[in-house]
Each structure stands twice: as C-alpha cells, then as structure tokens.
Ligand binder design. Structure first.
Ligand code: MG
Length: 452
C-alpha cells in the first residue's frame, strides 16, 4: 500500500512525504477529498513557498470542489495566518499545504477546524478512515463547488498582531532588526510587520522562490548567515522562521544564535509579568518554563508532544501562554495556534519595555544544559522499561504522559518513541554540563538493558 511507503507518512495529524516519491497528487487528492467530504461548505486553502505547491494547490482545490465545497484560495501565507482566517471567516475548515521546517524535498497537508485549531487526533483518525475506505461521494456536474481568491489573510494577521502589542513603545525604540524567513511564507508577512512597528529592517532570504538557502529548521546550526548579518548590521536582534512561520528563533545582538528553547521562555516571562496565569507546554520543553512560572507563582501544565495537545489543553484550561520548546509560541489572545509572527512582535514589545539588551535579558534566565540522543526503536521494549522504572523510582519521580520522564536531583531525562522516525528519542537537561553528560550516559545504558 502506498501509505506504508517510507517516503510517506499518513497519520491523525495529516500527511507528509517526499514529493514525487511517496507524496504524489493522487494521495493529496484523496486526503483533501476526504476532508471536503467530512467538513463540506466553505474551506480556505493556503500554502507556503515550496516548488511543489503550484502542483499540490490545484490537487487540493480540485478535490475540495469535487466534493461540493466552496474554496477560498488565500495564496502564499503562513500557517498561523490561515488558521486565523478560518476562524474569522466562519469557514468550515482549512487546508494548509506546507512542509513546515522540513527540507525542500518534503511537503505536507495540515487540516484546520472551523475554530482555527488543527484537527483533534480523533478527527484526524476519522479523516484517514474516510480516505482509506474511499467513502467519498463525488459531486455530479451540478453539485461542483466554486473557487474564489482572497488576498487579505496576511493583512488581517498583521492588524490583529498590531492590536495586541504596544506599537508606540516599539516604534519609540527604532530597533534595528534582521529577518531571515528562509525564503518561506514568513517572507510575505514579517518584513511588513517589522516596518509597521517602526523597525529598521534588514531582510535576508525573504523572497518566495521556493529555494531554501539553508536548512529550514530554526535551530542555531542553521542560522550562521543570520548571525553574520546581525553582527555586520549591528542589529539589536535577528529573527528566523521556518518555512510556514509558525516557529521563531533568535540571534541576539553581536550575532549569537541562542537555542530555540529560549523563544517560548522569553515570551512566557513577558506575558506572565503582565498577566499571571496558567502556562501549558509539552513534557520535553525546557525546565526554564517552570522556573519562570514559579517566579510569578503561576502553575504549569505539561502535555504530550505535538502542538495540538498543547493548543487543546490551553483552550480547555484557560492558559495565558503556552507552546513548545522548538520555537512554537501559542498566544491565546490571537489564536490557539503556534504563531512565529505574533511571537516576534511580543519579543519586540518585551525588548521595548526593558532597559537591557536582549542578550542580557537572555543571560539572566535560568540556564540548563540540554542533551539529545536517539536509538533504534524496534530494539527497545518500552513496556518492560516502564515496569522496571516503577520498581526503581518512587512514583513521584516518573511520569508517563508521553513515553517516560524521570526526574533526578541533577535534572531530568525523557524517552519517547518518535512519531516520524523508527527511533526512541532521549532528551534531558541538567544545570551543570557534567551532570547533563552523566544523565545522557545513564539513559543510553538504561535503554540498552531493554534492547535486544
Ligand atoms: Mg512550521
């Protein structure tokens, strides 16, 4: 079956694959038609800048029209702009064609509910079922939908962000900012927003060619060009997005790239000092979040890994801020969705209120040394590992929200089966670099006991 191909992953969170290998128009048409069949009515379609999107947008639109949907083509825009427009327009849903932080050969479809959130896992499973069982009623000649164009998504997104930050205060600072959108969808929004916020803006990699000048994941290793630009232009800060701009990473003045874990930590600190409340993040996001929340006497809830689990918990529990350590900030006053553009504006607002530079703000945050490893998952018996952990550790030191998380005096270790690769990921943190190394070795040895 095509969906078992290693170049294609179909799951409750959508479909992703390598273009022309596993991800071909046939699959895209099938899934988009299943979505049209379930949602019906008005559906918004937006996409990032990938070279494969010209092909896939017609496949998606054709599938939706053929199930009787009315399609609004939003053009190239960030994922959070599509999510916001779905909610605003009262549409029945949205489809985003984006490979997000993945390299250019990848692409994916993400499906949006009428409230602007991604499909909940149970809804995603239903979609896959409809697709696999081919339960689609194709429209006859007189039941086919119509397609309209709407180019206002980016403008609306910018307007909403401007309402939520202190524009005058940011303008008063005349910040010098470098933006690297990796030639992704962020190219059409963040430079415009920065200009409106009165920043002297230096754009690098802000054209929509679909050719990515570096790997798109916004992590320090991929931000060398931005580091140089921040240094050369003597900028106050540099911002980097992934291709659909739901994520944001920073380069501080002088040209130092900081871990993407700092994005959520900084925004959380800024939001909590203005409006204390619940913070929601996933189990493997940095402990910095708990330390910051504690300063303001605020509770933290941790969910499974995956932005939909965070969004859903934030909505259900009334969180004031949340997100993931990969640079994905969810600010509920705009939407329950990761939004790298909103995060950028919040950070400028934070910088405008502080007397210090961004690097001194960062250096005052609690510091953790983080480690990451992975081992082949088909070799690991996770059930047995879990049983053994409960024998070895008291129950308040282990957590099974998603995989296993174990707390030690020196730090923590988290192990979970990856949703995208056949591996168990091991992530952890400690305050001291030597302790981090010890914990990392402990985890590798421990998992080895349960491997065969
Ligand atoms: Mg993304």
């Amino acid at each position: 079956m095509i969906e078992k191909n290693s170049f294609l992953i179909i799951s409750a969170s959508g479909v992703r694959g390598i273009v022309g290998e596993g991800l071909v128009p046939e699959v895209v048409v099938g899934l988009a038609a299943a979505f049209g069949e379930i949602r019906k009515g008005k559906i918004l379609v937006g996409y990032d800048t990938r070279t494969s999107n010209e092909m896939f947008k017609y496949a998606v639109i054709s599938a939706l029209l053929s199930t009787g949907c009315e399609v609004i083509d939003l053009g190239i825009c960030p994922t959070p702009s599509v999510q916001l427009m779905v909610r605003k327009s009262g549409a029945n849903g949205g489809v985003v064609i984006t490979g997000s932080h993945n390299p250019a050969e990848w692409n994916a479809l993400k499906f949006v509910r009428s409230d602007g959130l991604f499909l909940f896992p149970e809804e995603g499973e239903e979609l896959v079922k409809v697709y696999r069982e081919r339960r689609i009623k194709w429209s006859r000649w007189n039941g086919i939908g119509k397609v309209y164009r709407d180019d206002t998504a980016v403008e609306y997104h910018i307007d909403r962000i401007m309402e939520l930050v202190d524009v005058d205060k940011i303008k008063g600072k005349n910040f010098k900012v470098v933006i690297d959108a990796c030639n992704g969808a962020g190219s059409v929004i963040s430079p415009v927003l920065l200009e409106r916020l009165g920043c002297k803006t230096f754009k690098i990699n802000c054209n929509i060619s679909g050719y990515f000048p570096h790997l798109p994941e916004p992590i320090p290793d991929n931000l060398q060009q931005l580091c140089r630009a921040v240094k050369d232009y003597e900028a106050d800060i540099g911002f980097a997005h992934d291709i659909d701009a739901d994520r944001l990473a920073l380069v501080v003045e002088g040209g130092r790239a900081i871990s993407e874990e700092y994005t959520l930590a900084l925004v959380t600190k800024f939001v909590l000092q203005k409006s204390p409340g619940l913070v929601v993040t996933n189990v493997c996001t940095s402990q910095m979040i708990d330390d910051i929340a504690e300063q303001f006497n605020c509770p933290v809830k941790r969910t499974r890994v995956g932005d939909i689990y965070v969004s859903r918990c934030m909505m259900d529990c009334g969180a004031v801020i949340g997100g993931e350590g990969n640079g994905g900030v969810i600010f509920p006053l705009i939407n329950y969705a990761r939004d790298g553009v909103m995060a950028l504006a919040l950070l400028l607002n934070y910088m405008a209120e502080e007397k210090e530079s961004i690097s001194s703000i960062v250096d005052k945050l609690p510091r953790y040394y983080r480690f990451k490893n992975k081992v082949k998952s088909y070799k690991v018996n996770l059930d047995k590992l879990r049983e053994d952990l409960l024998k070895k550790f008291s129950s308040n030191r282990v957590d099974f929200t998603d995989g296993v998380k174990i707390w030690f005096n020196e730090g923590w270790v988290h192990m979970r089966k990856s949703g995208t690769e056949p591996v168990v990921r091991i992530i952890g943190e400690a305050k001291d670099p030597e302790d981090a190394e010890k914990l990392s070795n402990w985890a590798l040895n421990f998992i080895d006991e349960f491997s065969y």
